[in-house]
Write a new protein. Structure first.
Length: 202
């Protein structure tokens, strides 16, 4: 189990480093540019690499939680989040102004599913009264609130009202969702690590 956790943290950490490097190289406005657009910027290959590492990290931590007897629903949601992360990276979004393609559709709906799955897993883990349950619950709540702000512009556009990302902080709200969900995943693994090995290391 310890090997799963350590490998999971390594994957998440490396994925985070790749994502930060992409942001530094791309030169896009993080306030208005959504993360998916970075696939078409300089160093765009780092986006699928980062998302794949997040998927691997999620699977490893889910495996450790399963071995520890965690709620099966939470484990499945973490695995589902990881699958969605992989799909998001494997199927890039469409370039701005291009009609929605199959790849763009898979990307969009996989992202929405992922953004829902992690907070749901977080609430289940928090309800189990695990270590850091309070922080996990708060992060899950923030993620859901930010997700609502992410979805609203899409609904407005579906109603026929033209709205560009330049008019709203779409990049900011999406990043709040991603950062809080990575935080939930990391705390889920850290709580298990502390529970199993904290006393031994103390």
């Amino acid at each position: 189990m310890k090997g799963l956790l350590v490998s999971g943290f390594a994957a998440i950490g490396t994925g985070t480093g790749a994502m930060l490097t992409l942001h530094a190289e791309a030169g896009l406005d993080p306030l208005h540019s959504v993360i998916s657009e970075y696939a078409w910027a300089a160093g765009g290959w780092l986006l699928p690499a980062s998302l794949t590492l997040f998927a691997i990290g999620s699977a490893l931590i889910a495996g450790a939680l399963r071995a520890a007897g965690a709620d099966r629903r939470a484990v499945l949601l973490l695995l589902g989040w990881g699958v969605c992360m992989f799909l998001i990276g494997a199927f890039p979004t469409d370039k701005p102004g291009v009609p929605l393609s199959l790849s763009g559709g898979i990307h969009r709906y996989a992202a929405f599913a992922a953004f829902l799955a992690m907070p749901a897993a977080g609430f289940l883990l928090a309800r189990a009264q695990s270590r850091y349950a309070g922080a996990v619950k708060v992060l899950s709540g923030i993620a859901l609130g930010a997700l609502l702000l992410v979805v609203v512009p899409y609904v407005i556009r579906m109603l026929g009202v033209p709205l560009s990302n330049a008019e709203i902080p779409a990049g900011l709200t999406q990043r709040v969702v991603v950062v809080t969900e990575i935080g939930v995943l990391a705390l889920a693994g850290l709580s298990l690590f502390k529970m199993k090995y904290g006393r031994r290391l103390a």
